[in-house]
Design a protein around this ligand. Structure first.
Ligand code: BG6
Length: 479
C-alpha cells in the first residue's frame, strides 16, 4: 500500500448501486406488472429497442429476456444484503420497480405485495445499518402506460408518477433518507425507450417529442421533490445525471465550443432540476429549431420552487468533442454515448474509455455549476471475469480501476467539492443495461449465470470483495 492519504468525511456513504430491473427478476411475481425493460432482449435487437424502434409491446415466444430472472435478488436479497454488510456497506442504492407498486401505472390502489417487498428489503438493510438510497424510476415504465398513453410523451404521466412517488414517500418515510427521481434523466434524449418508455414514430419530429417528454419528466421530478419535502422533511432528494466531462479534441476554438455545447445537452436537465428554470441556451435552441414546448400555467413556478437537494450522477467515462469530420469518424463506445477516441486513454473490453482524472474534473464541474452536494451513485468497470477451479476470481484490473477513481474522488474532495457518498455500480454481478449480457461483470460478488441465462446463481466473493471491504473499513485512507 502506498502512503497516499485521503480525506473522506467521517460519515461518507460507501456502498454499491443496483437497479430493480437488472437484479430482482421475478418479473411477474407478487402482482408486478410488465415494464419496458421486460421487453428488452439481448444482442443487437436490444439496442434498436432501446433507441425507440419498437415493433411490438408483446413478449415473443422463444426469446430470452434477461430481466425476467435477472440475478433473482427478489428471492435472494437476504443473502445478498448479508454479503454487502460483510463488506461494510454504509448504503445501498437500489430502485423501486414502479410496476410492483402500481402494476399498470394508473391503478387507483397500490399493490400491497409490492410495497411489502420493499419494506422487507429496507428492514433487512437497516438491520445492518445500511442506508437505503432509492431511485424512484430506473429505466422501467409500466408497459400499460406506454400502450395507453404513449408514456412520457403524454402529460398525464405527471399525475401517475406523482401519485406513485407520494405513495412510496409516505410508506417509507421512516426508512429512507435518500431519494432520487429519474435515473440518468438525460438518457431520454439518447435512448428514449429504455430512458423513458418512448417509441418514436417515423412521422413524428423526434426532437419535438423528446423535449416535450423531458418537460413532463422535469415537472414530475419537481413535484416529487415537493412531495418528498412535505411528507418526509428529514429526507433528501436528488436528481441523477449520466455525467462525464466532454473535452475539446484540440484547442481550436470551434472544438472548445463544441465541447461546451455537448455538455449542455446533459446539463440542460440538471440546470432545470437544480436551478429551477430553463437555461437561456435551451430557449435559444428551441426557438431556432422551431420546437414548441407546451407548458401549463404554474409549470415554471413548480420548477422554480422545487429544486433538488443534491446532484446524483453516474461516471464511467469522459468524452471528446470535435468539429473535424475526420476526427469524428473515430468513435468508441461508452454508456450509449458514442464518443471520439481519446488517444491518451485506454478503454475497457466494451470500448468505454477509462479516465479516473475525468471523475475529478466532472466533480469540479458539477460543484462549480450547482454548488450543491454531489453523490457519485454509479461508477465501475464492466469486465470479463474468470472463475478458477478453486472458486477464486482474481479481478486485479477492477481493483486498479476503482483505486485510481477513488484517488481522484479524494482529490476532488480536497478541491473543496462536497461529496455525500460513492456507490459503485453492480457490487454484485447483474444484467447489463446496454447489452443484456451477464458476462459484462461489475461486481465484487460473482454470480454464476451466463449470457444465455444458464447457471446456478451461486454467489462467489471476488478478490475485489476483500479489497473494497478494507477500503471501507479504512474510510478510504491508505489507498
Ligand atoms: C448506467 C445505468 O447507464 O450504466 C445502469 O444507470 C447500467 O443501469 C450502467 O447498468 C452500466 O451500463 P451497462 O450497459 O454496462 O450495464
Amino acid at each position: 500500500m502506498s502512503k497516499f492519504q485521503s480525506t473522506f468525511p467521517e460519515n461518507f456513504l460507501w456502498g454499491g448501486a443496483i437497479a430493480a430491473n437488472q437484479a430482482e427478476g421475478a418479473y411477474l411475481e407478487g402482482g408486478k406488472g410488465l415494464t419496458t425493460v421486460d421487453l428488452l432482449p439481448t444482442g443487437k435487437e436490444r439496442f434498436s429497442f432501446m433507441l425507440g424502434k419498437v415493433d411490438s409491446l408483446k413478449l415473443k415466444d422463444g426469446v430470452y429476456y434477461p430481466s425476467h430472472e435477472a440475478i433473482d435478488f427478489y428471492h435472494r436479497y437476504k443473502e445478498d444484503i448479508a454479503l454487502f454488510a460483510e463488506m461494510g456497506f454504509k448504503c445501498l442504492r437500489l430502485s423501486i420497480a414502479w410496476s410492483r407498486v402500481f402494476p399498470n401505472g394508473d391503478d387507483e390502489i397500490p399493490n400491497e405485495a409490492g410495497l411489502q417487498f420493499y419494506d422487507d428489503v429496507f428492514d433487512e438493510l437497516l438491520k445492518y445499518n445500511i442506508e437505503p438510497v432509492v431511485t424512484t424510476c430506473h429505466f422501467d415504465v409500466p408497459i400499460h402506460l406506454v400502450e395507453k398513453y404513449g408514456s412520457w410523451k403524454n402529460r398525464a404521466m405527471i399525475g401517475f408518477y406523482e401519485n406513485y412517488t407520494r405513495t412510496i414517500f409516505d410508506r417509507y418515510k421512516n426508512k429512507v433518507k435518500y431519494w432520487m427521481t429519474f435515473n440518468e434523466i438525460n438518457m431520454l434524449l439518447h435512448a428514449p425507450f429504455i430512458g423513458a418508455g418512448i417509441i418514436v414514430n417515423e412521422e413524428e419530429n423526434k426532437e419535438q417529442v423528446l423535449y416535450q417528454a423531458a418537460h413532463h419528466q422535469l415537472v414530475a421530478s419537481a413535484l416529487a421533490v415537493k412531495a418528498c419535502h412535505e411528507i418526509s422533511p428529514n429526507a433528501q432528494i436528488g436528481c441523477m445525471l449520466a455525467a462525464g466531462a466532454t473535452y475539446p479534441y484540440t484547442c481550436h476554438p470551434n472544438d472548445i465550443w463544441e465541447a461546451i455545447d455537448k455538455d449542455r445537452e446533459s446539463f440542460f436537465f440538471i440546470d432545470v432540476q437544480s436551478r429551477g428554470e430553463y437555461p437561456g441556451y435551451a430557449k435559444r435552441y428551441f426557438k431556432e429549431n422551431n420546437l414548441q414546448i407546451a407548458m401549463e400555467k404554474g409549470d415554471e413556478e413548480i420548477l422554480k420552487n422545487n429544486t433538488v437537494d443534491y446532484i446524483g450522477f453516474s461516471y464511467y467515462a469522459s468524452r471528446c468533442a470535435s468539429t473535424d469530420p475526420e476526427v469524428l469518424s473515430q468513435l468508441t463506445e461508452g454508456n450509449i454515448f458514442a464518443s471520439i477516441k481519446n488517444p491518451y486513454l485506454k478503454a475497457s473490453e466494451w470500448g468505454w474509455q477509462i479516465d479516473p482524472k475525468g471523475l475529478r474534473i466532472t466533480c469540479n464541474h458539477l460543484h462549480e455549476r450547482y454548488q450543491k452536494p454531489l453523490f457519485i451513485v454509479e461508477n465501475g468497470l464492466g469486465a470479463i471475469d474468470v472463475l478458477e477451479e478453486d472458486d477464486t476470481i482474481s479481478d486485479d484490473y477492477r481493483i486498479d480501476y476503482l483505486k485510481a477513481h477513488f484517488i481522484e474522488m479524494s482529490e476532488a474532495i480536497k478541491d473543496g467539492v462536497e461529496i455525500i457518498g460513492y456507490t459503485s455500480w453492480g457490487p454484485i454481478d447483474l444484467v447489463s443495461a446496454g447489452t443484456g449480457e451477464m458476462k459484462k461483470r461489475y461486481g465484487y460478488i460473482y454470480v454464476d449465470k451466463d449470457n444465455e441465462g444458464k447457471g446456478t446463481l451461486r454467489r462467489i466473493k471476488k478478490k475485489s470483495f476483500y479489497w473494497y471491504q478494507q477500503v471501507i473499513q479504512a474510510n478510504g485512507e491508505n489507498l
